[in-house]
Ligand binder design. Structure first.
Ligand SMILES: Cc1cc2nc3c(=O)[nH]c(=O)nc-3n(C[C@H](O)[C@H](O)[C@H](O)COP(=O)(O)O)c2cc1C
Length: 172
């Protein structure tokens, strides 16, 4: 069994495509988070759902504190994988309101990543201001955060750059 598991969430398919590419090229196991919440697939209606439970305004702030995770509007529909045999976990997902998407927040509240090596990537149009800090804050102190990479439209729109970025992440 591979020692690396990629845990990802995708609302509109980009992270799904990237995860499958990583699986095909690096033979890394996948876990696709399925949310109990039926989020609207277009950005602004979805953001309306998300910003209300987070208690933020239409435009989030730099350094906004993490929301109260007890208010998450739903959990994860599918059974979480047993990660005891994985040394390395990669977390891939979209940026929602400058930070992590709700389903990735749910995953991080429900799983114990102590003593795991963690890498991450996150996709966005362009702005990811709070993402990496928030991710690190949600990880247990005993996890080993190795590297995180932003994948914005200048990267995912260019297959050569995307390959280069993923290679940098996986081989780091
Ligand atoms: C609720 C919501 C909030 C978003 N907030 C941001 C953001 O803060 N910055 C940004 O560049 N893109 C933002 N986006 C765009 C997403 O990051 C983009 O749609 C996503 O990376 C696509 O991945 P997916 O197809 O796997 O869901 C947002 C999208 C949604 C649905």
């Amino acid at each position: 069994m591979s020692k690396t598991l990629l845990v990802y969430y995708s609302l509109t398919g980009l992270n799904e495509t990237i995860a499958k590419k990583i699986h095909d090229e690096y033979k890394i196991d996948l876990f696709n988070i399925e949310s109990e919440v039926n989020y609207p697939k277009s950005m602004y209606p979805c953001w309306e759902v998300v910003r209300h439970w987070r208690g933020v305004n239409a435009i989030p702030n730099h350094g906004e504190p993490l929301p109260n995770m007890n208010n998450l509007p739903g959990g994860i529909k599918n059974k979480l994988p047993d990660i005891s045999n994985y040394e390395n976990i990669i977390i891939g997902g979209p940026v929602w309101g400058w930070t992590l998407s709700d389903p990735i927040m749910s995953y991080l509240t429900q799983t114990n990543l102590s003593n795991k090596n963690i890498k991450a990537y996150w996709t966005c149009v362009d702005t990811d201001y709070n993402y990496e800090n928030d991710l690190k804050e949600m990880l247990p102190e005993s996890s080993n955060y190795i590297k995180g990479l932003k994948i914005d439209s200048s990267i995912y729109g260019n297959s050569h750059k995307l390959n280069e970025t993923l290679d940098k992440l996986i081989r780091s």
